[in-house]
Design a protein. Structure first.
Length: 123
């Protein structure tokens, strides 16, 4: 009886650990709102990026709007390495970054210290 209990507790703990590490990956990706000839997705910056993944439609000029609600230095800049973008988000409440959508691909972004990560998927 004690053994079964130990196994059950073990499985629950393993499940909790897996959820803790991998649960965030199931967070829904944000989709862009298409408005006429352009599309925009909003990422709220507050203790991280929410959502941390946004999806843009290929072929429609795209923007990602960073809605700054964080006051820590950590998240003050957003860096898109591949695009050569390094924006100071503290200058205005919402900072817009243009994303090339002529071909499918992924653009990773991170805070200035490379601690928080997100990505934009074009497909
Ligand atoms: Cu940081």
């Amino acid at each position: 009886m004690g053994q079964i209990l130990a196994v059950v507790i073990g499985l629950v703990l393993i499940g909790a650990i897996l959820w803790w590490f991998f649960g965030k990956h199931t967070e829904a990706a944000g989709n862009a709102t298409i408005n006429g000839n352009t599309q925009a997705a909003t990422v709220v910056v507050k203790g991280g990026y929410s959502p941390s993944t946004v999806v843009l439609k290929k072929g429609v000029p795209g923007k990602v709007k960073f809605d700054m609600q964080d006051s820590t230095a950590c998240l003050s800049h957003v860096v898109f390495d591949k695009l050569g973008v390094n924006e100071d988000l503290t200058k205005r409440p919402v900072t817009t970054v243009d994303i090339p959508t002529d071909q499918a691909g992924e653009y990773d972004f991170a805070c200035g210290m490379d601690m928080f990560h997100g990505k934009v998927i074009v497909k």
